[in-house]
Design a protein around this ligand. Sequence first.
Ligand code: NDP
Ligand code: 2IT
Length: 444
Amino acid sequence: MKTEEVIDNLKQRFPGEPEYYQAVQEVLESIEDTYNEHPEFEDCNLIERLCIPDRIVSFRVTWTDDQGKVRTNMGYRVQHNNAIGPYKGGLRFHSSVKPGILKFLAFEQTFKNSLTTLPMGGAKGGSDFSPRGKSNAEVMRFCQAFMTELWRHIGPDTDVPAGDIGVGGREVGYMYGMYKKLARENTGTLTGKGIDFGGSLIRPEATGYGNVYFLQEMLKTRNIDIKGKVVAVSGSGNVAQYTAEKLLQLGAKVVTMSDSDGYIYDPDGIDRAKLDYIMELKNLYRGRIREYAEEYGVKYVPGGRPWSEKCDIAMPCATQNELDGEDAQTLLSNGCIAVSEGGNMPSTPEAVAAFLKARILYAPGKASNAGGVSVSGLEMTQNAEKLCWTAEEVDARLHQIMENIHSQCVKFGRQPDGTVNYVRGANVAGFMKVARAMMAQGIL
Ligand code: NDP
Ligand code: 2IT
């Protein structure tokens, strides 16, 4: 297998999907040597079967807005690979959603889920519907319409969706309500549900907390204490909020957060009261991060990204390709020692290359943000058992899973100079498990 040839082939067969080629290329470059040590993989064209999703379902979603106008959006589910368990992965509602974006996310999810140690395959779905500026009633009608199509493709042992950008507790609740009505069962298909109807404690916190647990493991390898470290966080949604919360609990200082309109810089640090303000602003009023700057009299940079601010640690938690090569150079020249990704593929290939070259601690999202889907897996277990675990129990398991993912990265990513290449480690560890499972189950 030669990475270049596989990528050229994918580009020809699936034109116009740059994020998908980007995600595939990053994984293939890491696993090429390992793959080629196993001629039995190539004999059954494992690589194409691993890169091309099992299936993509697409459908029109029709809904009526508050003015009575009938509107349409597209809905999708990319079921990428179910070699190690039922398809599992979030739903994204954002105007930028198209098949190529969901294909990259479903591909990444397959390796991430493999790393979690839980039996879950990879999938992703969503719609080009944007909840921004929509009323609660419009969001509900959209979610219900979306589920009237999606429900027939999912189920507790086939495919279990969850949230992602634009899909939080509110949207999962509306979708789950409609799913139950149509499927006539109450098995918990969909994770991230409300705590009163089958959701798991700590699921809202899980991606952010897991991200910080992973960061702590990386820092430990260099005997660095997180306490007092200055951290630049991007985003102000689910992942960013709980990344910030755990950082505060551990005594770090969070100086930035952002949304798609710009970022705020608070040199005194975002403390508990200020974070509560952000949570209320974003989760309840669905306002803009600019309002934080007005409330606390700090700098707001419209259209900007926080990476030019001096920090010890960067935690990108908004969206793909939000940190480019130039940003990476700026971070490095400002003395940044670690980057732990809460988002999926937030760093461009140039940024990743710069971090690896500088030998700083750099965790790719598929390792560091795997806490969210891990607790989704634990939610599935609790639903199957018809039990609810305590927050302490879920958090302890999350912690253990993140430590385990870190150990897998170290095992497969240790370099001759003693440092760890977490990109290689995560990709090789994630890949080998899926590959073994596919080989054992025959040519499908
Ligand atoms: P949310 O919708 O809760 O928050 C997304 C945040 O990112 C918002 O602040 C949003 O700003 C900002 N954002 C979204 N799109 C863009 C863009 N194009 N440019 C700049 N900022 C943008 O989503 P999550 O917090 O759940 O997701 C954040 C990232 O984490 C994504 O990459 C997601 O795939 C990943 N992830 C999520 C997991 C989860 O459990 N939720 C698990 C693992 C990874 P605005 O408010 O203006 O839209
Ligand atoms: O990217 C991700 O891992 C998620 N959005 C969470 C997926 C899930 O099934 O919880």
